[in-house]
Design a binder for this molecule. Structure first.
Ligand code: GN1
Ligand code: MG
Length: 352
């Protein structure tokens, strides 16, 4: 079915003038719906191979956005389908949803320290806003940021060798590099089992481009709420730094240029601690440097497993794309690991 008919299934105002591709997400297909009415809209095809439970996905998003709106803050606004009143619609083949396009907003692929500080404050604030949500939210992707699961998926991919890529010497070398850190990186799951680390409602995809700014650099709102679910705060802290503190993009083939920027770390951490300190426990704060290492590591494992599996999960632009992403994230992991002592010193200094 064409996107025009799909968009018309939702309760949008005005006549549709144009529908065109929007953004560069790796998971869903996104379009901008231009109208002659007061608002434009964002139309998305939900990737149900990844988000298998659309009802739960939209339940989480509806509860969270309603809660945030009830506190007088700007958040995404999903439009009901005319026929069912639900915030998604299926044309029999795909699942679709529509939200109001946020006007005069900008997203960035990179940020300077000043913007990182605002992002830290905003993501900490976002978690604080959701800390007292009365509804029960589920995991839209079960065990999404569970490192034990990701490590197991890599072992399974290696064993199955579905794309015949294990014969490549570089693949063997990367595996040898990653494996020794597996146990250390699964610390969060152990702390959780010991009952000392809580799960909270987190965003779980705090890439820098999931934050909207106005023209003067003020944060407008956090977007891309699909992975909003109970998780460790490490998810939001670590994934932001994974994208923002890297000196290059996550798929830049120039691995020698990859580094973990301490200026970004410091600015973001300062902002994050300012707004999140109201609910963070000492064990969460103490492990933020671990989180900064965990996310490049986990992403390396995920890209690598996908490469070995024959690129079944992430959209790729060329055959080696997932291998290039893996190399980049492995380099970032090592860079972050070296800076753990400096990270600890900085956190101790802002806590005082
Ligand atoms: C995916 O679609 P996008 O770019 O927002 C992925 C994240 C990864 C990211 C890597 C549901 O996010 O977990 O960190 O790619 N989302 C899902 O760029 O797997
Ligand atoms: Mg995104």
């Amino acid at each position: 079915m064409d996107t025009l008919h799909i968009a018309q299934a939702f309760d949008i105002q005005g006549n549709i003038l144009d529908i065109k591709p929007l953004g560069n997400g790796l998971i869903n297909d996104t379009f901008k719906v231009v109208t002659d009415g007061p608002d434009d809209y964002v139309l998305q095809r939900i990737n149900t191979a990844i988000f298998k439970d659309v009802e739960l996905l939209q339940h989480n998003i509806e509860c969270a956005t309603a809660h945030i709106r009830s506190k007088g803050e700007l958040t995404l606004n999903f439009i009901p389908c005319k026929a069912t009143g639900k915030t998604y619609w299926t044309d029999g083949e795909s699942h679709w949803r529509v939200s109001v396009f946020i006007k005069d907003a900008f997203t960035y692929e990179t940020v300077n320290p000043e913007y990182s500080y605002y992002c830290g404050k905003a993501f900490g604030h976002f978690e604080a806003l959701l800390a007292d949500i009365p509804d029960t939210l589920g995991e839209t992707i079960p065990d999404f940021h569970n490192m034990e699961l990701r490590a197991r998926q890599l072992r399974e991919a290696v064993k199955a060798d579905a794309a015949g890529r294990m014969a490549q010497p570089e693949v063997q070398a990367i595996l040898k590099d990653l494996l020794p850190f597996g146990e250390e990186m699964c610390k969060a799951e152990r702390l959780y089992r010991e009952g000392v680390l809580p799960k909270r409602i987190c965003h779980c995809d705090t890439k820098v481009n999931n934050m909207m700014f106005d023209a003067s650099g003020n944060i407008l709102c956090v977007i891309d709420l699909d992975t909003l679910m109970p998780s460790f705060v490490f998810s939001d802290f670590g994934d932001f730094l994974r994208t923002a503190a890297n000196t290059v993009a996550e798929d830049d083939p120039a691995v020698e240029k990859v580094d973990f920027r301490m200026d970004i770390f410091e600015a973001f951490t300062k902002g994050y601690l300012e707004s999140a300190k109201v609910f963070l426990t000492p064990i969460e704060v103490e492990n933020l440097p671990y989180a900064a290492c965990l996310f490049p590591y986990m992403q390396a494992v995920r890209f690598f497993a996908d490469y070995i599996n024959g690129d079944t999960y992430y959209k790729i632009k060329y055959p080696e794309h997932n291998l290039v992403r893996t190399r980049n994230q492995v380099a970032l992991f090592h860079a972050a690991l070296q800076k753990v002592p400096a990270m600890k010193t900085f956190i101790a200094s802002v806590k005082e």
